[in-house]
Design a protein around this ligand. Structure first.
Ligand code: GTP
Ligand code: SPV
Ligand code: MN
Length: 619
C-alpha cells in the first residue's frame, strides 16, 4: 500500500464514523489495490472546503459568484459506449446492446488495470443514496464510490445524496453498490485507438462497478448512470420489483382543477429530457398550468400496494446539456445555474478575466469582442486560425446543479412514496413519419413502441435513408441484460398495475423537407411541447377522442390548444398526419430489429403484427 498503511485507513474510517464493517472492508481492500497516499471520507457538508481546495489546485476556475468552470482532457468529453461493459456470471444475460462479458474475467482485468494507479493521490470515499430516504426501493439505492478525483467528488455531491449516515442505516449492511472509479493517466490511455486502455465495467451480479480511464460525467459519477441505470436495471429484474429507466419525470398541475398529471418517459441521450422536465408553461398557457420538475434523466418505477404505478427520481441534481440553453428555450435551466447556485460548467467557453462562460446557442451570436475568451480546449479565440469555425464550447458541454436550484422543482419531489404515473411517453429525433403525439392504450403496444424507439440517421450518416438507430426505451447504452427478457420484465411490472398508465409517442423534431423549406423544424418545440401533453391528459380523461390511426390515436387539430401560436395549417397537417407508406417501410426495419432479440415475448410480436395489419388495411 503506497504511502498508506492499513492502520491509517482504519483511523480515517473511525474518525469519519464509518462503522459498517462491510464498507470498512471494501475501502481497505481497494486502497490495497489502487495504493493512494491518503484516504478521505466525504460528506456533502465538506463541499465548500473541497471547492476551495479544487480552486487552489486549478482543477476548478471561478465562473462568477458561487459558480465554477472545469475543463476536461480533450479526449475525455463523453461516455464511450464501445468501452462500456456489463459483466455477469451468466452468459444468458448477453443482449444485443449490453456488451456482455464474463464477470470473473472482467473483474480480474480491471483489478490489474487499477493496481497502483492512485499513487500520489487521495482516495475519496463517497457514500451515497440514489433515492429519497425512506423509499421502498432504498435497499437498491445505497452505494459507496471510491474515486481518486476531486472534481468527480464535487459533481457527486451535486448529483447524489452524499453522506456517511446513508450507509450506517441500511436494513442489510451488506447491500450497497461497490463503485470504484480510478481516473488513470488520461493523456496516455490511447482513447479511441486500437490500444485503448479504458474500461467501464458494471459487474451487475456482484453489484460492483469498476470504471477506469475517464473523469467525464457518465463514466465517473458512478451513482448516476452506472448505478442509477445499469446496475438498477439489473437489480429491478433480479428482485422482480421495479424498472430503472433513462426517463424524465414531470407533473402538470391544472390550477383550475388542482389536479396534477404525472408524465414520465424516455428520449435518447441529448434528445430533450432535461428541457422538457424544466419547461415552464408557455406564456399563453401559464395562467392555467404549472409544470413541475421531478427528474430529467433517470426514473425508477414500481407498483404500489394499491396497484398504482409510481415513479421517483433517484438523483439529487441535474447534469444538463449546455448547447442551445437560453432565455427562450429554457429560462428555468438558466435560473438553476444562476449566481450562488454552486453550478459547475464543464467544457464550455470561458473568459478568465471576467469569469463569464458561453456556449453555442447561449446568445444568437458569440461575444462580439473575443478578447480574453478561450474555447473549451483553452485556446484563445483571438489566436484561432483564419476560417476556424469549430464551436467555442464542446457540443457535449454540460452544467451540473442540484435539484434545489431548479425553479420549478416539485414540492413533493423527494417524497419517498414517489408519485403516481399517469402517462409513459417515448420520443426521438425523427424528421418525418412520427406525428407530434400519438397515444397508445394497450400495454403490449406501448412496450412495443418503446422497444422500437429510435432516432433517424441524418442525411450524412451511413445506412438506409429513413432508417432508425434504434434505442429501446432510450436504454440502449444502459441495458444490463437481454432485450427479450427486458420486454418481459416491463410487461410483468406494468401489467401488475390495476390503473394502467397511457403510453404515447411524441416528436418535437419533424422538419420541413419540401423544396425551399430548408429543413426548419415544423413545431416550435421547447416550452410549447406542453401542448401535446395537455392533449394526452385530456385524451386519457375522455375529454378528447382524437383520430384513430393504425399506429395509435392522434389529436384532431381542434383538440390541440394552440392559443398564442402562429402555426400554418399546412404545418399542422404535417405534424398530425400519418404517412402510411413511410410507416409500411418502417415496419420492415422494425421486424429486423426485433428479430435480433432472444426470448421476445409473444405479446410484443402480436402487437407488431397488429400494427402491420392495420397499416395494410389502410392501403
Ligand atoms: P442527456 O442528458 O444526454 O440524457 O440529454 P437530454 O435528453 O436531457 O437532452 P436535453 O434536454 O439536454 O436536450 C439536448 C438538446 O436538444 C439541446 O441542445 C436542446 O436545445 C435540444 N432540444 C431539446 N428540446 C427541444 C425541442 O423541443 N425542439 C428542438 N428543436 N430542440 C430541442
Ligand atoms: C447521457 O449521456 O445520456 C447523459 C449524460 O445523461 S452522461 O452522464 O454522460 O451519461
Ligand atoms: Mn441521459
Amino acid at each position: 500500500m503506497g504511502g498508506l498503511d492499513g492502520a491509517e485507513v482504519e483511523r480515517v474510517l473511525d474518525a469519519a464514523g464509518v462503522r459498517n464493517p462491510h464498507v470498512r472492508e471494501y475501502v481497505a481492500h481497494w486502497a490495497g489495490i489502487t495504493e493512494p497516499d491518503r484516504v478521505e471520507v466525504v460528506d456533502a457538508a465538506d463541499d465548500a472546503r473541497l471547492v476551495a481546495e479544487a480552486l487552489d489546485a486549478g482543477e476548478l476556475l471561478p465562473a462568477g459568484e458561487g459558480r465554477y468552470y472545469s475543463r476536461s482532457y480533450r479526449k475525455d468529453t463523453a461516455r464511450s459506449e464501445e468501452r462500456t461493459v456489463v459483466a455477469t456470471g451468466d452468459p444468458a444475460d448477453r443482449g444485443v446492446y449490453n456488451n456482455w462479458h464474463d464477470a470473473e474475467e472482467m473483474t480480474a482485468a480491471q483489478v490489474e488495470r487499477m493496481r497502483g494507479q492512485s499513487r500520489g493521490k487521495t482516495m475519496y470515499v463517497v457514500p451515497y443514496l440514489m433515492a429519497p430516504p425512506g423509499s421502498p426501493l432504498e435497499a437498491w439505492a445505497a452505494g459507496v464510490e471510491l474515486t481518486d478525483n476531486r472534481p468527480v467528488v464535487l459533481h457527486m455531491i451535486r448529483m447524489a445524496r452524499v453522506g456517511v449516515a446513508h450507509l450506517e442505516q441500511l436494513a442489510d449492511p451488506t447491500t450497497f453498490v461497490r463503485a470504484v472509479h480510478v481516473t488513470g493517466d488520461l493523456e496516455n490511455l490511447g482513447q479511441g485507438t486500437d490500444d485503448d486502455q479504458r474500461w467501464f465495467v458494471t459487474v451487475a451480479d456482484r453489484r460492483t462497478i469498476l470504471h477506469f480511464g475517464s473523469s467525464y460525467g457518465g463514466n465517473a459519477l458512478l451513482g448516476k448512470i452506472a448505478h442509477g441505470l445499469r446496475q438498477a436495471c439489473y437489480d429491478g429484474r433480479a428482485s422482480g420489483r421495479f424498472l430503472a429507466e433513462q426517463f424524465m419525470l414531470l407533473g402538470i398541475t391544472d390550477k383550475q382543477t388542482g389536479r396534477t398529471y404525472h408524465v414520465c418517459g424516455g428520449f435518447p441521450s441529448a434528445s430533450g429530457k432535461t428541457n422538457l422536465a424544466m419547461t415552464l408553461a408557455p406564456d399563453a398557457l401559464g395562467e392555467r398550468y404549472h409544470v413541475s420538475f421531478y427528474g430529467d434523466d433517470i426514473a425508477w418505477l414500481w407498483v404500489d400496494d394499491d396497484g398504482r404505478v409510481r415513479g421517483m427520481n433517484p438523483e439529487f441534481g441535474v447534469f444538463g446539456v449546455a448547447k442551445d440553453t437560453n432565455e427562450l428555450t429554457n429560462p428555468g435551466a438558466l435560473r438553476s445555474i444562476g449566481p450562488g447556485s454552486g453550478a459547475i460548467f464543464t467544457n464550455v467557453a470561458y473568459h478568465p478575466q471576467t469569469q463569464e462562460v458561453w456556449w453555442e446557442g447561449r446568445t444568437p451570436e458569440p461575444p462580439a469582442d473575443v478578447t480574453g475568451w478561450e474555447d473549451w480546449t483553452g485556446t484563445p479565440i483571438a489566436d484561432r486560425e483564419e476560417g476556424d469555425t469549430s464551436p467555442w464550447a464542446h457540443p457535449n458541454s454540460r452544467f451540473t446543479t442540484t435539484l434545489a436550484n431548479v425553479p420549478n422543482i416539485a414540492d413533493d419531489h423527494d417524497d419517498p412514496a414517489g408519485v403516481p404515473i399517469d402517462a409513459i411517453i417515448f420520443g426521438g429525433r425523427t424528421r418525418d413519419r412520427e406525428p407530434l403525439v400519438r397515444a397508445v392504450d394497450d400495454l403490449a403496444e406501448g412496450v412495443y413502441d418503446g422497444l422500437t424507439l429510435g432516432a433517424e440517421a441524418t442525411f450524412a450518416a451511413d445506412g438506409l435513408d429513413g432508417q432508425l438507430r434504434y434505442d429501446p426505451m432510450s436504454m440502449r447504452p444502459f441495458l444490463a441484460y437481454g432485450e427479450g427478457d427486458y420486454a418481459a420484465h416491463w410487461l410483468r411490472i406494468i401489467g401488475a398495475a390495476t390503473h394502467q398508465p397511457v403510453f404515447a409517442h411524441v416528436n418535437w423534431f419533424q422538419r420541413d423537407l419540401t423544396e425551399g423549406g430548408g429543413g426548419r423544424f415544423l413545431w416550435p418545440g421547447y416550452r410549447e411541447n406542453l401542448r401535446a401533453l395537455l392533449w394526452l391528459a385530456a385524451y386519457q380523461r375522455g375529454e378528447a377522442s382524437g383520430r384513430r390511426t393504425p399506429v395509435g390515436v392522434v389529436p384532431t387539430a381542434d383538440e390541440l390548444d394552440l392559443t398564442g401560436l402562429d402555426l400554418p395549417q399546412a404545418d399542422l397537417d404535417r405534424l398530425l398526419g400519418i404517412d402510411v407508406e413511410r410507416w409500411r417501410q418502417e415496419m420492415g426495419f422494425r421486424q429486423e430489429h426485433l428479430e435480433q432479440f432472444d426470448r421476445l415475448p409473444q405479446p410484443i410480436w402480436e402487437a407488431h403484427r397488429r400494427v402491420a395489419a392495420a397499416l395494410e388495411a389502410e392501403r
